[in-house]
Write a protein that binds this ligand. Structure first.
Ligand code: AMP
Length: 398
């Protein structure tokens, strides 16, 4: 615990760290916490899995006191991340109880309005936060710590203007902490405009290459599913994430895995927020061990014990590969990333190899049985309108 204490973390937070059984600080914690505790504005280059939440929690919890209005605001790109950060903050504030609330779209606004009246710390997505600001149900005049979590993702998702509007509602003398996997032009621009003499820290990589084995299989397109099924049945795994590029594939793979006797769940942008929360709940409790998902839905999810990440489709954007494999081999655990590629994936895979510093070795194809594949159900006897064709095309995009 001494190695956490020397970073300047306050006693109540140290006690919660003890309860979490963290043995030593992660690299980003070691580098950023002393600066955060000293009240500096910090730009931290770090992604999911790096331990960044405790880094900013240490700052928030040092300054916030119960019942003094909203003193800390954390912006996140997705609803799941908002929920997850709020839960992590609650854990770290176990011995210094604070009212922490997550606000995001897709769920009823009234419980949030009630919660905001007594909140000390708010974690939220930009759209819903602006909605509350417009309704005058969120007042930011007392904010002392502002955190922009996964800033690059927020910008990728088109939230830049919203983020700036929210920043401008916070007092000028606040502390601003910005966490981002990549420090790109937009991040630099924002920091110049809204941060006060920010200090930059970064970690080299958030996946320990020694702990993560990356392999690929080159297989005929119509055998992909059979190989996936074979590997799922034969690899010794804990929790598994299977990534697809489209919602349609996500549903198709999930349905066929279930049909073949594997307890799989799908998560993608086409599900309601309630449904997504429900799926995550089931996955967390270990009732289902295989989560089939798109990139959008998986962003920022913190799932413990993922031993295997499968790329059933190779991502179109090569940096997405890094985000995907970062779901495993976290916090010192071992992990495996398995790529199942066929001809349509070659271009994407080529980019992954060219644009990332990764070592992915080819595995010989094992002998496996051909599995029956069912297409996802489509409503028959209904003429397909142009509108629904368009909807279908949009849906297929993720
Ligand atoms: P984060 O990047 O904040 O989402 O954290 C990723 C995961 O690592 C979470 O499950 C944390 O509980 C865990 N974690 C954070 N800091 C440490 C640490 N110092 N030692 C072990 N696990 C940690």
């Amino acid at each position: 615990m001494e190695n956490f204490k020397i970073l300047g973390i306050s006693e109540p937070v140290l006690r919660s760290i003890r309860d979490e059984r963290f043995e030593s600080p992660s690299e980003i914690q070691e580098k950023s916490i002393p600066l955060i505790i000293a009240g500096k504005d910090v730009i931290a280059g770090s992604a999911t899995g790096s331990g960044k939440t405790l880094a900013f929690a240490a700052g928030i919890l040092k300054n916030a006191e119960k019942g003094r209005g909203i003193q800390a605001l954390v912006l996140t790109p997705t609803r799941e991340l908002a929920e997850q950060v709020a839960q992590a903050l609650s854990k770290f504030s176990k011995y210094k109880p604070l009212e922490i609330i997550a606000v995001y779209g897709g769920v009823g606004i009234n419980p949030q309005i009630r919660g905001l009246k007594t909140a000390d710390v708010v974690v939220g997505t930009p759209g819903r936060l602006l909605d509350h600001i417009a309704r005058n149900t969120l007042r930011l005049g007392k904010v002392r710590t502002l955190v922009l979590d996964e800033a690059d993702r927020m910008f990728d998702m088109g939230f830049k203007d919203d983020v700036e509007k929210i920043i401008r509602k916070c007092p000028d003398d606040r502390q601003t902490l910005l966490f981002s996997a990549t420090i790109n032009k937009e991040v630099v621009h924002l920091s110049r405009r809204y941060m006060h003499e920010p200090l930059q820290v970064s970690v080299d990589s958030f996946v320990d290459p020694k702990k993560l084995v990356q392999t690929y299989y080159d297989v005929a397109d119509d055998q992909k599913f059979s190989l996936l099924l074979h590997l799922l049945k034969n690899e010794n795994s804990d929790l598994v994430m299977v990534f697809c590029n489209t919602k349609r594939n996500t549903d198709k793979v999930t349905k066929n895995l279930r049909f073949s006797g594997i307890d799989a769940l799908a998560i993608h942008g086409g599900l309601t927020q309630y449904k997504r929360n429900d799926v995550m709940q089931q996955f967390h409790t270990g009732k289902f061990c295989v989560l089939v998902c798109t990139d959008v839905a998986s962003r920022g999810l913190d799932i413990h014990g993922v031993s295997h990440v499968y790329n059933y489709d190779i991502p179109r954007e090569s940096k997405q590969y890094i985000h995907r494999i970062g779901r495993t081999a976290r916090a010192g655990a071992e992990g495996k990333a398995i790529n199942i590629l066929s001809r349509p994936d070659y271009d994407n895979f080529g980019r992954v190899l060219k644009e990332n510093d990764v070592e992915i070795t080819e595995e010989p194809l094992p002998a496996f049985a051909k599995a029956a594949i069912r297409q996802p159900e489509r409503r028959v006897n209904k003429p397909i309108s142009r509108k629904s064709q368009q909807r279908d095309r949009n849906r297929r995009r993720f």
